[in-house]
Design a binder for this molecule. Sequence first.
Ligand code: FAD
Length: 662
Amino acid sequence: MLQETVTVNGIPIPVTAVDTAVIGSGCAGWNAADWLYDLGRRDCILVTEGVSMGTSRNTGSDKQTYYKLTLSGGAGDSVMEMANDLFSGGGVNGDTALAEAAGSVRSFIKLANLGVPFPTDVFGSFVGYRTDHDPRQRATSAGPLTSRYMTEALEDSVRRKGIPIWDNTMVFRLLVSEGQVEGALCLSTSPAALSSPSHGLGILRAKHIILATGGPAGCYLHSVYPESQTGMSGMALEAGAAGCNLNQWQYGLASVKFRWNVSGTYQQVLPRYIAVTPEGREREFLPEYFASPEEALLMEFRKGYEWPFDTEKLKGSSRIDCIVQHETAKGNRVFMDFRRNPSGLEDGISALDQEVSSYLQNSGALQDTPFKRLLHMNPQAVELYKSHSIDLEKEPLEIRVCAQHHNGGLAVDSNWQTTIKGLYAAGEAAGTFGSRRPGGSALNSTQVGSLRAAEHIACTTCPETDIPEAFLSAAAAEAAAFLQNIEAALSKKEGGNPPLQQRHQAAEAMSLFAGMLRCPKKMKKLDEMLQKQLHSFFVSACVHNPQEIPFLLKNRDLFITMRAVLSAMMQAAETLQTQGSGLVTAENGESIHPLLPEFSYLPPLPQRENRLLLTKLRNGSFSSQFSPVRPIPEPESWFETVWAQYRERRKFLGQSGATKEK
Ligand SMILES: Cc1cc2nc3c(=O)[nH]c(=O)nc-3n(C[C@H](O)[C@H](O)[C@H](O)COP(=O)(O)OP(=O)(O)OC[C@H]3O[C@@H](n4cnc5c(N)ncnc54)[C@H](O)[C@@H]3O)c2cc1C
């Protein structure tokens, strides 16, 4: 690590140079730093907004899933089969699918060896179960907090190695020259730093950067991402990196007061769905939208294991998402009520579809209220809400359709390098999934993507730590512009929207018009509004004290990301690409249900899309276009040849200065 100071407008700004910087401390970030060290790259740092922030550290679900190659039983599996299953979600590149399949065992076993408690049977097999879009039983889980255990185990490993960690540091601008990443601007967010003349500004010099900043969760107001996760993909898009499948998200039902997916047993015990009008009138609404209350209960039951909204299930369980969205759009609040049985259960389970009745029977879940059934089948699910001051026995649970995961992200090659040389994206910041992904594959991707990026850096570049003059003067100019912008925003003592309110408005509009439901006209208007705001962002911005600076910078990044996401969504809507996560509302479409006229939609494509949607900044605006997916490669399989190639590839590992870029 090299350090010096550059003076900008009379203010000293620290400059730090390292060989490689990892940005983010989720499952992907920790793993990237850990692998870099093991592969011999010792001059690295991990920079994070907050060690305890982000999705991995703060989220979970009923049984948080990790997807990997089958490692138990006799049913068989293969790397190619798993790659095909990832690929067949539609809009997925074959080479990243193959790498995610091939790297899954190595990554999973590393975690198990680091102490993540993935269960084994008495003979040591990692027994699996089936998850959504999974034809086998590849999934496993360490419980509701799998991703938290992963970050804790990886963080311990990184700390044992003594890799420097810059906590409370937000990277907000990438410095790129001639298509090569050169460094970044960052901000120390401690109150003292923000109040100092430099406002916490620092210059980071690194020719290799792994962006592991997670999904751009701040794009949506209605979200089941943890509050501490907002993302920072905009800086890469602004620097010229291409986005991939930015229109592809996962949405589903989640509780609002405490953010948690209401999947699995929460649905399978059949709570009553109620809507409450602004005047306080309450009604049970699901039976209104189905031919019979029993059909409503079958769909509700299926929602348990078909949690994400899916346009292919519009006539099935995903209708529940549409109905809830419809009720909330009318201004009602929607609740799952575990205190009383829904309509259709007046005579017990006898009238229910056999799929439901035999499940409840086999589970011994014949108690007389949904609450008692939940307590019987999954007492931890009850306890979890209790620990967040929600007593399901006494009060209904407010829910909404929420954003949960970005399947798209920055476009990467099979080494997780973005379209900018030296800039890698791993984890949810990378866009390796298309319209569908098997449940649990996001966590696998955090591990494989970060490993591939670290390996590519270690095998193809020299360790390099320097602060060249040209870099210093370009970075100083960027720093001067930053200081000028911030002083301008701080000088206006009154007026203007506070940053959090500004974000709230845009994110609410995204949730309403560019979420599970997508209205092209409204998306266009929103894009125009964002363009206007970005055009005069710092001129019209108003921060009342320096502590608000990080929010302001985050807003700018989110608005850029939203514009890129809207560009992809509008392009997809135009070409009738309504697969997977988003339903395009149109004037002359087929209606899901006579009671939902405004849910007229463009029907999903008859077969799964095998194109990607790439988005790029051109002349200040984003444009998106389809491109064919890269097919699954047929790699060399003759052992001796592979061995020779492997030795050649790793010849220079850890030998500083010995290799040239390939
Ligand atoms: C409710 C819920 C349930 C889920 N369940 C599953 C599941 O069962 N299986 C599965 O596979 N996936 C699941 N996912 C998805 C999965 O958890 C995430 O995709 C994954 O944890 C993302 O990891 P990551 O390392 O990419 O990002 P994150 O864990 O989000 O980490 C991002 C990090 O970057 C930091 N950061 C961001 N911006 C900056 C910046 N500008 N400067 C410095 N640092 C920055 C953040 O503070 C954070 O430390 C679920 C997600 C949710 C919300």
